[in-house]
Design a protein around this ligand. Structure first.
Ligand SMILES: *Cc1c(COP(=O)(O)O)cnc(C)c1O
Length: 370
């Protein structure tokens, strides 16, 4: 039986995990990455430990304590964490079922009914699907909201009017985490596109050795686990590695605005950013909505598809953090629907790899999706 992997560092093929292991960076690589991002996004760049730390710095630079920040109602816990860490209040805004992003209408709705002090809005272009930026800019202007762009899903994506994501708002945050559009296992960057209101210091502490090692060896451990699935031990091995903290689940990556990016990750990120320019890639995952998702996932697993985490199984994921968020389910019914029915897959799988999965999924597709 052929095996398929979602999670287990499946994006790191055989050559790739070796290259990751033997890439060593220098300060020069960080400087080159900084200059490249300065130029591409038109601002001043700080390299960070991860995306949520980058986003925290972006928010701290422009907002006052207690300001409310509008956040896509279908997102990652990292975003919530960043807003809270910056001392601000997240207000979740419902999404459009089709493109998984808030719209000018749902934003208007949230402002009128639930938000007294909305001062900012985080545009995330979920799964690499762009928002209708013109209408978002218009509503932001009407309500004096500053736009922050979160490129975790959408580095390289173009909006309909031809502008690149990350060149619209006052600040841009990138994540280089697992399965993001730029993936060096961990890392991030923030670009201040307007003068900061509050002088924010660049992260200056060296990365922790334990974080360096986890970033370095994750692709190799992934490859080991993928090999072990052939004898039925891959899942158990992965769980063991997580239990002894050799592997960290993405959502558990600690927010720390004082730590720098690993130098070797700067080198890896630079290479991927330069490639983005050439391919002009957009979406990072393909998705559909199904009935009885638990049953579908079970069937997929029996075929060897190991789903290492859907994006997203709760409106704010992962599930184990969901209760901390106090998500306003009654105000975001579309986000709730989508989180209960969505199945999505990274686009680095070939059609041949995916065909058996699509056969399993097809009978369960929600009406109107066949
Ligand atoms: C993953 C993610 C981030 C940041 O992730 P880090 O793990 O901190 O690098 C930010 N925004 C969104 C929408 C994400 O999915």
């Amino acid at each position: 039986m052929k095996h398929y992997f979602i999670g287990m560092a499946a994006e790191y093929s055989s050559g790739e995990w070796l290259r990751h292991l033997f890439t060593f960076g220098r300060k020069k690589d960080c400087d080159t990455l900084t200059r490249t991002l300065n130029r591409r996004y038109g601002g001043e760049t700080f390299l960070c430990k991860n995306g949520r730390s980058a986003l925290t710095l972006a928010l701290k630079a422009y907002f006052e304590p207690e300001d409310e920040i509008l956040v896509n109602g279908f997102t990652c816990y990292a975003v919530y964490e960043a807003v809270k860490a910056a001392g601000l209040k997240p207000v979740f805004v419902d999404i459009d079922k089709k493109n998984l992003n808030f719209t000018s209408d749902t934003i208007e709705d949230a402002i009128v009914s639930r938000s007294k002090r909305a001062k900012g809005i985080i545009v995330q272009n979920t799964l690499g699907i762009p928002v209708d930026i013109k209408s978002i800019e218009k509503i932001a202007k009407e309500h004096d909201l500053f736009i922050i762009e979160d490129l975790a899903h959408c580095a390289g994506v173009k909006y309909k009017d031809g502008r690149e994501a990350g060149t619209v708002g006052i600040a841009t945050a990138l994540s280089f985490g697992k399965d993001k559009s730029i993936d060096t296992v961990s890392g991030g960057a923030v670009i201040f596109r307007q003068e900061q209101k509050h002088g924010i210091k660049a992260p200056s502490k060296a990365p922790k050795p334990s974080d360096y090692l986890r970033a370095k060896f994750y692709p190799m451990f992934g490859a080991l686990c993928r090999t072990l699935t052939y004898v039925g031990l891959g899942g158990a091995m992965m769980r063991l590695l997580v239990a002894i903290h050799f592997v960290e689940k993405s959502a558990d990556n600690r927010l720390d605005i004082t730590r720098r990016l690993n130098k070797f990750e700067a080198k890896r990120a630079l290479k991927q950013i330069n490639e983005l320019r050439r391919s002009g890639e957009s979406a990072i995952r393909d998705y559909c909505f199904v009935r009885d998702r638990q049953e579908v996932l079970k069937k997929l697993q029996r075929k060897g598809y190991y789903f290492g985490g859907l994006w997203y199984e709760k409106p704010v994921s992962p599930e184990r953090y969901y209760n901390k968020v106090h998500f306003p389910e009654q105000d975001c019914p579309n986000a709730v629907y989508v989180s209960e029915h969505i199945i999505n897959l990274p686009l680095y799988y070939t059609k041949r790899d995916l065909d058996p999965a699509l056969k399993i999924i097809k009978p369960y597709l929600e009406k109107g999706e066949e």
